[in-house]
Ligand binder design. Structure first.
Ligand SMILES: Cc1cc2nc3c(=O)[nH]c(=O)nc-3n(C[C@H](O)[C@H](O)[C@H](O)COP(=O)(O)O)c2cc1C
Length: 179
């Protein structure tokens, strides 16, 4: 049994990323403890690159914002799943702000062993996820993390569009495969 955190990067509550994350959590929850953290519920400032987290106890950021709650939840996580809408071939800015703030604790504090990826975009282009997948692979390599798997959904623009494809089943199945 693993502790899994799903970081949802859409500000659109009940949107496609939310639906996919919930389907994943339903599957993963059969054999693990799962918590969804949505960026829409937290106010997290961007990293300012001061590097003071390198020296601080627990490697936490000096900024006094909602990131403290997220640090607390990630402390005991075994698997982290990044779920985001595609914004200009990247993850959302709100999610990137959270990810950047993990910079130092990810190396020193956390015991995360696996990363997973859930992405959704409106286009149906074959290359839609290439840049995010490249970044994801580089992060896996750098932090010596295992790939827990991914669900990549094209052609979903409006709220609820993911329900019209097999995407939710894929997300559920990925969740079920988590150990
Ligand atoms: C600022 C912004 C940028 C976007 N950029 C892309 C993009 O580069 N490629 C794409 O396929 N869809 C793009 N989209 C569409 C979203 O990825 C799509 O609507 C997705 O389903 C939204 O997920 P959500 O319902 O979880 O918010 C963009 C949407 C927004 C608001």
């Amino acid at each position: 049994m693993s502790k899994i955190i799903v970081l949802v990067g859409s500000m659109r509550k009940g949107g496609n990323t939310d639906l996919l994350a919930k389907a994943f959590a339903k599957g993963a929850g059969k054999n693990n403890t799962v918590e969804i953290i949505s960026v829409a519920d937290y106010k997290v400032n961007p990293c300012i690159g001061c590097n003071s987290c390198f020296k601080r106890e627990g490697n936490e950021c000096f900024q006094n914002d909602d990131m403290s709650a997220i640090y607390g939840k990630l402390k005991n996580a075994d698997i982290l799943v990044i779920a985001s809408p595609v914004y200009f071939y990247g993850i959302s800015a709100q999610l990137k702000a959270v990810v950047d703030r993990l910079h130092t604790p990810m190396r020193n504090e956390f015991k995360i062993k696996k990363l997973g990826l859930i992405l959704v975009g409106a286009a149906v282009l074959p290359e839609l996820f290439d840049s995010i997948k490249m970044q994801y692979q580089l992060v896996l390599n750098f932090f010596h993390l295992e790939d827990a798997g991914m669900v990549l959904v094209r052609g979903a623009k409006d709220k609820g569009d993911v329900t019209e494809s097999k995407a939710l089943k894929e997300a559920y199945d990925l969740g079920l495969s988590m150990v």
